[in-house]
Design a protein around this ligand. Structure first.
Ligand SMILES: Nc1ncnc2c1ncn2[C@@H]1O[C@H](COP(=O)(O)OP(=O)(O)OP(=O)(O)O)[C@@H](O)[C@H]1O
Length: 686
């Protein structure tokens, strides 16, 4: 092993790390458990490269999420690399990188930028066009096998988009082209060979034909992950179009974090890099952290596929112990993932590396959302705060949720306890459309305009009202606004200025233009409150609105419908603590305004480069914190059916649990349903 040129500021690399830091191998894959210092070791290699004279722009680091990009930047900073160098490094998510490559190509060809549509709502009109074209196509061969959704119903959009994403991530159609007896055309048999629904196959074809109009070298638009897909297809089919000289030869080393998230489309890009024998490639991953299977992520890309594509085996050095958590957690995770996981606790000593695993049991009072669980979370947080003796305890803590909708009760409880928090990767429940809808209808019915939230929240309400009632924002002959989006943007501005606009939308627009069924629901809900707002039980109000019926009309995905239901249960459970529904809505208002003020103060501080004085607890879903770590991690709702989630594949749930539990450094608080504990708790030593 040659002597390292880079000596990090913050830690003493182990011999294993030094061997990787200074390795001269050109193909290196490190497969190691959570916390085994994979990202740190990539950062050490970057430090070594820079110390050896590589310009920062010649180092490319690819990850699969923006969070992982940030985790790598933070790590480089922690190791003492100069900020100026970190800024010049090429650190991108694969999707971001693919879109840059494609943009370079488009500029070369004098093209305008391709429209970038990231939200399902923006993609929805294109999907409906695709379905319409399919249904009207006279040449459709197997019309009898098509089961298209009713036109103009929104229900199918998110399900189709999600399935498209997986098929594209797997490059399924490209890697298994049709060779059946139908002249190479799609047939139900071909769909069966692919293991997918025939209608899905045809809708995808129609959508892609619309995205790429015939003979056009560039698409009309790109949705999430379409850049990776488009680049992969181009590489497979018309490689000469891709600026390979530009892509290759620009870098000395390619570093890949979270290799376990790699899917076929991403692998197609990696294969191009592999052709450059001069380029050093170092990838790290942990196959038990695959949680993006729905995007086609597959751990086989860390296995034989990699050696086959390279034409020789990759060097596979080891990182054998976790430097994040102690031996007890390592042992438990070892049992859960069925692989050896060691902690460096024995080497460093328990005073430097130890994780307390604290099981806390709660009694469940009703299905799904339980106040006992929330109280246990607050108690665990306070206990940690007491021990740490400083407000910094909050920013060292993260409550990791299985479902975003579980934040309802928690957010209310944190608000009451005066603990500042921020939601990472999802908006506060106060801003989700179904909650905004319920708040708005209640405010209109009771004429309590002060229950609607602050200006920023009110601005979101018009769109939520139209979405939740499935009412088109404009009439067909409306010439005042060029599009629904224009109308909604103006309605948002008015609603921010005055809550009365919201009353006008409910009382006039919706009462005239929503479907008859929806109008009846609104009338019943308004009547229930107007009869006597104090006496109206929240459950009666929700029942009058028929939220399960609305969920069925608005959302197609069972998960999204269930989420709406959980939001309503959360609201109901929270409302039960107030003397009246009105008092509950007033408390939401205060909560909402406090959030808005904190956000504004934060944004202003950031603008003037002020380092934040306030400490915020992180509230996130497990997916959102992959690659990150916290002094204190809390996993609430560890109940049978909730985590592992009953409707999901157990292997995926297990990976998710493994990712969540291994984010903890000093303390892991497990908030367990006493009567029906999660199956994951079984292996925990008492
Ligand atoms: N040589 C070392 N000595 C002490 N601590 C170390 C050393 N190397 C890494 N660490 C610490 O170990 C922890 C885990 O490191 P890192 O985040 O790189 O692991 P990882 O394998 O990428 O984790 P995961 O895959 O779970 O996200 C970090 O707190 C890091 O600072």
């Amino acid at each position: 092993m040659s002597a390292p040129r880079f000596v990090p500021a913050a830690l003493q690399p182990t011999d294993e790390q030094l061997a990787i830091q200074t390795s001269r191998e050109t193909r290196i894959l490190i497969e190691a458990a959570a916390g085994a210092a994979k990202t740190t070791t990539l950062a050490l290699r970057i430090g070594e490269r820079l110390a050896a004279g590589s310009p920062p722009q010649r180092l490319l680091a690819l990850t699969f999420t923006d969070t992982a990009c940030q985790a790598l930047r933070d790590k480089l900073e922690q190791l003492g690399l100069p900020r100026a160098s970190i800024q010049q490094l090429r650190i991108h998510s694969v999707e971001d990188y693919a879109s840059r490559v494609l943009r370079h190509l488009e500029v070369q060809q004098g093209r305008d930028p391709v429209q970038w549509l990231q939200r399902a709502e923006q993609l929805r009109p294109h999907l409906w066009d695709a379905i319409e074209q399919l249904s009207l196509n006279p040449d459709e061969r197997h019309r009898e096998a098509l089961a298209l959704p009713a036109f103009n119903s929104d229900a199918a959009v998110s399900a189709y988009l999600r399935q498209f994403r997986q098929l594209k991530g797997r490059l399924l159609l490209e890697q298994q082209p049709s060779h059946d007896g139908d002249g190479g055309h799609d047939s139900p048999d071909y769909a069966e060979d692919l293991g997918i629904d025939y209608t899905l196959l045809r809708v995808l074809r129609s959508y892609e034909a619309l995205r790429w109009s015939v003979g056009d070298a560039h698409p009309l638009f790109r949705g999430p992950y379409d850049a990776t897909y488009d680049l992969a297809r181009l590489l497979l089919a018309e490689e000469e179009l891709v600026p390979l000289d530009w892509l290759l030869g620009r870098y000395d080393e390619l570093l890949i974090d979270e290799m376990h998230d790699c899917n076929a489309a991403m692998f197609a890009l990696l294969q191009v890099f592999m052709r450059d024998s001069r380029l050093v490639i170092c990838a790290v991953g942990d196959r038990d952290q695959v949680i993006h299977r729905q995007h086609g992520a597959d751990a086989r890309f860390m296995g034989r596929s990699l050696d086959e594509a390279a034409g020789r085996p990759w060097a596979r050095p080891r990182l054998s112990a976790s430097y994040r958590f102690g031996q007890d957690l390592a042992q438990w995770m070892s049992q859960l993932s069925n692989k050896p996981i060691r902690s460096a606790e024995a080497l460093l000593g328990a005073e430097r590396l130890h994780t307390d695993i604290v099981p806390l049991h709660y009694e469940r009072s009703d299905e799904g959302c339980d106040v006992g669980c929330v109280n246990a979370v607050i108690a665990a947080l306070r206990d940690w705060r007491r021990q740490r003796g400083s407000e910094a305890a909050w920013s060292e803590s993260a409550v990791l949720l299985r479902h975003e909708s579980q934040s309802v009760l928690l957010e209310n409880a944190l608000h009451s306890a005066g603990i500042a928090y921020r939601c990472q990767g999802f908006p506060s429940y106060l801003r989700r459309p179904e909650v905004l809808f319920v708040r708005a209808v209640y405010a209109v019915a009771s004429q309590r305009w002060d229950a609607l939230g602050g200006a920023a929240t009110r601005a979101l309400i018009p769109a939520a009202l139209f979405e939740m009632t499935q009412t088109p924002p404009r009439q067909a002959d409306d010439s005042e606004y060029a599009s629904d989006a224009d109308y909604l943007a103006e309605a948002a501005r008015y609603a921010a200025d005055s809550a009365m606009v919201i009353g006008d939308i409910v009382n006039n627009t919706l009462m005239q233009r929503a479907s008859p069924g929806m109008q009846r629901r609104l009338q019943r809900a308004l009547a229930a409150v107007q009869k006597s707002s104090e006496a109206c039980a929240f459950a009666d109000f929700l029942q009058a609105l028929d939220m399960p019926g609305i969920a069925r009309e608005v959302f197609v995905e069972p998960e999204r419908r269930a989420e709406l239901q959980r939001h309503m249960e959360g609201l109901q459970a929270s409302a039960a603590h107030f003397e009246s529904v009105e008092a509950f809505f007033r408390s939401l208002q205060q909560h909402d305004e406090a959030n808005e003020q904190r956000q504004a103060a934060r944004a202003a501080g950031r603008q003037y480069g002020v380092r934040e004085a306030r400490h915020w607890l992180t509230l996130a879903s497990v997916e959102q914190v992959k690659g990150l770590e916290y002094g204190h991690v809390l996993l609430p709702w560890l109940a049978d059916g909730l985590f592992p989630e009953r409707s999901q594949a157990l292997a995926d749930e297990r990976n998710l649990f493994y990712v969540g539990a291994t984010r903890a450094r000093q303390r892991l608080s497990l908030i367990i349903d006493a009567a029906r504990p999660s199956a994951f708790i079984q292996g925990l030593k008492r």
